[in-house]
Design a protein around this ligand. Structure first.
Ligand SMILES: Nc1ncnc2c1ncn2[C@@H]1O[C@H](COP(=O)(O)OP(=O)(O)OP(=O)(O)O)[C@@H](O)[C@H]1O
Ligand SMILES: [Mg+2]
Length: 367
């Protein structure tokens, strides 16, 4: 209990009034954080992810400010006992439709206490069909991250997945709902395909030519770009969650346990036990599946550009953050007869924020 008290984030909500204050979830590890008094330039980036929502702004000196929040919440029946417990634990909440709602990281802590799962508004990269009534909460989360626009109709680029190749979902509804939420907050919402966003944030020195891959929780998003124009964009519904589900299945453990094992691995190349070996097996499979699909799509699509020089592949997203990821990626790359000459395979500078920063680049170039 003590540990919990120390780790909850503070002041996420204004208690009980259905509104959150927006001065909280500053990322602890953002490269350069923008203070609340700093003047920021027009244009926002927003990464709408299955696991995390990440917003970005830039101040007049060029520093980028990032805010991140888990895209999850828990709702608890409203009774006096729970109310006083949350107050004692210093967990902020809102009351919505007679339920007490806690969002973000504290929701995970509470889920453990109550032995329940958190609710997740998105699944496999898009609005979850089971959670469509969670959109008012999603709107509150977006307000926490973005605050009010500085001018009416300030541009906010937000990510959408590319069409998935292995699922019957389309992105139209998902894109429309998030555009609507942002509009209702006063922004002009502009969609950007997630892989393209990685190209914007990571491939400037390569003249925006190369392959950006966002390795997310729900999906992998891939974009092959030539001089900033996407030549090929697609997504797969295999990501970190897919690894967790499979590891959980083969080991007979819960998915949250599998996630925890995965996120604590010291090095994916040197698994220490049967559990870690299972994680490595699924990581390898996921990477080779991604590379094979890039190859297949590239070879079967019309009008692919001829790349005059060898290109770079850049990996971003939480799923790429496991130590050893890029070495395993290079390993698996050797097994694929790749159709484009590749000079370098590297990690994004800041894997968890890269997608949001790409949206910011797009927004700044237009604002
Ligand atoms: N250190 C780590 N090692 C391994 N996996 C990690 C680590 N940190 C985070 N992850 C995984 O990263 C995933 C979340 O990544 P990310 O925030 O990029 O996803 P997202 O953008 O929310 O999802 P998507 O783009 O698929 O909608 C989760 O599956 C999480 O388990
Ligand atoms: Mg993502």
């Amino acid at each position: 209990m003590q540990e919990f008290e120390e780790t909850v984030s503070e002041d996420i909500f204004e208690e009980e009034n259905g509104e959150m204050n927006d001065e909280t979830v500053d990322s602890p590890s953002a490269e350069a954080s923008v203070g609340t008094d700093t003047e920021v330039v027009l244009g926002r980036g927003l990464d709408v992810g299955t696991a995390n929502l990440v917003s970005s702004v830039q101040d007049v000196d060029g520093n980028v400010g990032i805010k991140i929040q888990r895209n999850a919440f828990i709702d608890i029946d409203c009774d006096d006992y729970t109310k006083s417990m949350l107050t004692r634990l210093n967990v902020q909440y809102v009351v919505l439709d007679g339920k007490m709602v806690v969002v973000g990281d504290p929701a995970f802590e509470l889920a453990n206490i109550f032995n329940r799962a958190t609710r997740r508004p998105m699944k496999d990269g898009m609005i979850s069909p089971n959670e469509s009534d969670a959109m008012p909460i999603e709107k509150m989360l977006l307000r926490t991250l973005l605050g009010d626009p500085q001018v009416d109709g300030e541009i906010c680029y937000f990510t959408v997945p590319a069409e998935p190749i292995d699922a019957e979902m389309n992105v139209i509804y998902h894109q429309g709902v998030f555009a609507g939420l942002l509009k209702s907050l006063g922004y002009t919402a502009k969609p950007l395909v997630e892989g393209h966003s990685v190209v914007f944030s990571e491939l400037a020195e390569d003249d925006f030519t190369g392959i950006g891959i966002s390795c997310g929780g729900g999906m992998f998003n891939i974009c092959v770009a030539y001089k900033s124009i996407p030549a090929l964009s697609f997504s797969t519904t295999r990501g970190g969650d897919w690894i967790d589900r499979n590891v959980a299945n083969v080991l007979g453990i819960s998915t949250s346990r599998a996630t925890s094992i995965k996120e604590k691995i010291g090095n994916l190349q040197t698994p220490q036990n049967r559990e870690e070996e299972a994680v490595e097996i699924y990581y390898r499979n996921l990477i080779s599946y991604t590379l094979e699909n890039i190859k297949k799509r590239f070879e079967s699509s019309q009008g692919m550009p001829a790349f005059p020089d060898p290109i770079s592949i850049v990996c971003a997203g939480g799923t790429s953050m496991i130590p050893g990821f890029i070495d395993i990626f290079r390993d698996e790359f050797e097994n694929v007869k790749f159709p484009i000459e590749v000079a370098e395979i590297r990690m994004a500078e800041d894997p968890l924020y890269s997608v949001s920063k790409g949206c910011l680049v797009a927004a700044l170039s237009e604002s």
